[in-house]
Design a protein around this ligand. Structure first.
Ligand SMILES: NC(=O)c1ccc[n+]([C@@H]2O[C@H](COP(=O)([O-])OP(=O)(O)OC[C@H]3O[C@@H](n4cnc5c(N)ncnc54)[C@H](OP(=O)(O)O)[C@@H]3O)[C@@H](O)[C@H]2O)c1
Length: 326
């Protein structure tokens, strides 16, 4: 009886793995066949000039954005750097210009603001032959929280920074890309949109939006020679992730972006890095095999994280009040 049960369980697991593998195959095949119809697949002949004379990178002075700007500059592409801090923008502009001899423009702007910032950006980008747009800027909230615990302003800022920015930047640059019949857009999402992500739900949902809009807008403009990629990375060692030391599953920005750029023009939707692809397949496997059990586990883990973070926050504010009153 025991042996029979084990046998049935093994059969069930094999059935589930096969199902995951087949659905992965179908999905990847669909992406590859779609992308192969693009005339400007940069890996066809390794011609990075196809990325255009100018690239725009949002959230460009740290982490993944800074590395995109650096690696594109190393290909001889002129860069427009956009983020908040003037000093950081100036320093990076000088570094890229002196190292690679390219032109660099900077725009200091806060993407948590509303639509009022975009006329300024339009003006700054006017007249440039922009072939590549990296919509990288994004924010999350430090501590996992119930949705109702987030204050209204945080919600609006997060939506503006993660969703409005990418939407408006695409709206700004797509018309000139269509006129030139070429263009690459990378929308930096997150694997958080691929798995259930309770207590960081608003962040994960904004990333799901980016994934959806990348796909559908990509279909609208594909026939105009424009390639839109949804990048869905897992952890990368940056300030935002609070991971200081790169590891197998959390690579440093240099190796991550090198691999992600190589997938531009090839994959319309990708984690961008091989160990993240393993994670993606593993998460899908867990979801398909263990469905609600996996979700319950996620809720437990994230809720524990939420409670630890909350306790730490309360302790810190208690200490700062006490220290202040001494
Ligand atoms: N790191 C990860 O593990 C990970 C995983 C999945 C997805 N992602 C996504 O990757 C993207 C980049 O993340 P990262 O880890 O590289 O972040 P990061 O290291 O914290 O860098 C963020 C960059 O964006 C700029 N920035 C932040 N807020 C801004 C705002 N409101 N307006 C304009 N610029 C702003 C920052 O410069 P200033 O502060 O000077 O403005 C900085 O240059 C995000 O969209 C994130 O969601 C990251």
């Amino acid at each position: 009886m025991y042996v029979l049960l084990v046998f049935i369980f093994v059969l069930y697991v094999i059935y589930r793995i096969t199902k995951v593998a087949i659905s992965e195959q179908i999905r990847d095949h669909a992406q590859l066949t779609d992308s192969s119809s693009y005339p400007n697949n940069i890996n066809n002949n390794n011609n990075y000039n196809k990325l255009g004379p100018w690239a725009v990178v949002t959230g460009a002075t740290d982490g993944i954005g800074k590395e995109y700007a650096t690696q594109l500059a190393a290909q001889g592409i002129n860069i427009v750097l956009i983020s908040r801090t003037e000093v950081k923008l100036g320093n990076l502009a000088t570094e890229l210009n002196s190292k690679y001899g390219i032109q660099v423009r900077t725009v200091a702007v806060d993407f948590t603001s509303g639509p009022e910032i975009y006329p300024q950006l339009q003006l700054a980008l006017e007249g440039l032959d922009i072939g590549t747009l990296v919509n990288n800027v994004g924010m999350t909230y430090d501590n996992p929280s119930y949705l109702h615990e987030l204050d209204d302003l945080t919600c609006v800022k997060l939506l503006n920074c993660n969703i409005l920015s990418a939407t408006m930047m695409m709206k700004l640059l797509l018309p000139s890309m269509v006129r030139r019949g070429r263009g690459y857009i990378v929308n930096v999402g997150s694997m958080a949109s691929e798995v259930s992500f309770p207590f960081l739900s608003l962040y994960a949902a904004t990333k799901a939006f980016l994934d959806k809009i990348s796909h559908d807008v990509g279909l609208e403009y594909g026939r105009h020679g424009i390639f839109i990629q949804s990048l869905v990375p897992a952890c990368v060692a940056t300030k935002m992730s609070h991971i200081k030391k790169p590891s197998f599953f959390a690579p440093g920005t240099e190796e991550f972006v090198r691999s992600a750029i190589a997938s531009l023009g090839v994959s319309k939707r990708t984690p961008g890095y091989y160990s993240h692809k393993i994670q993606l397949v593993w998460f899908r496997f867990l979801r398909i095999c263990f469905g609600s059990l996996f979700e319950k586990y996620n809720v437990t883990v994230m809720n524990r994280w939420r409670m630890i973070a909350k306790a730490k926050q309360e302790r810190d504010s208690f200490l700062s009040v006490n220290n202040g009153s001494k």
